[in-house]
Design a protein around this ligand. Sequence first.
Ligand code: IPE
Ligand code: IPE
Ligand code: MG
Length: 232
Amino acid sequence: MDIVPQHVSIIMDGNGRWAKARGKERVYGHMEGVESVRACTEAAVEAGVKYLSLYAFSEENWNRPEAEVNRLMELMMEAIHNEVRTLVENGVRFVVLGNRARLSDSLNAAIDALMDKTAACDRMTLIVFLSYSGRWDILQAMKRAAAEKGADALQEMTAEDFAGYLVTAGIPEPDLLIRTSGEQRISNYLLWQCAYTEFVFSDVLWPDFRKPEFRAALETYAQRDRRFGKVK
Ligand code: IPE
Ligand code: IPE
Ligand code: MG
């Protein structure tokens, strides 16, 4: 097994509780969380991770109060504007995956512009899952595959073929999935793709999850024994 995971994914959780513990509104937790994104991106590049993916907003998160949803979308927009240079300088390719039809035109345009600007960067790929859910992904894959191939060809389809219709097509499955804030659940994240992923749960709230915590999770991963159902 490779000691350094090729693909690390994070369910960034606990922003609201972080803010509440300080007597502040939830949005302060989201703002501080952006700093953790920056720190973990840097730590991942330094460690030689090739793909870092972040669960930023689930399909279910649309059901939060409108003001919080709007603020989260604004923060995403601000982060895109602020991080262009750092991403390019560090050779980080930026990708957004999810149900983009639900995002505003202006946010979609900003995302496309950043994806274009960083398209040739090849040191690491940073994937932000926005308006994403695992069940949505599997359903859209099924619908597209059925439309493209027809019912008869679907009968011949392998799991590998099917993965080519998920929004993560071409991206290796996560080796390590970290969830912060003490919660131990998948919350409709990468349901198909995490079939053999190693999970690391941290009690640290996302705004406090910085380089040392990220590196500690990599060390925990390095101790794991992955068997993929085989006998070793
Ligand atoms: C994670 O923090 C950020 C998003 C889900 C957008 P939360 O906002 O879920 O914070 P908690 O879990 O309520 O503390
Ligand atoms: C999962 O966190 C989604 C993201 C981190 C984007 P939630 O806070 O939405 O998950 P639950 O509701 O605690 O399962
Ligand atoms: Mg949460």
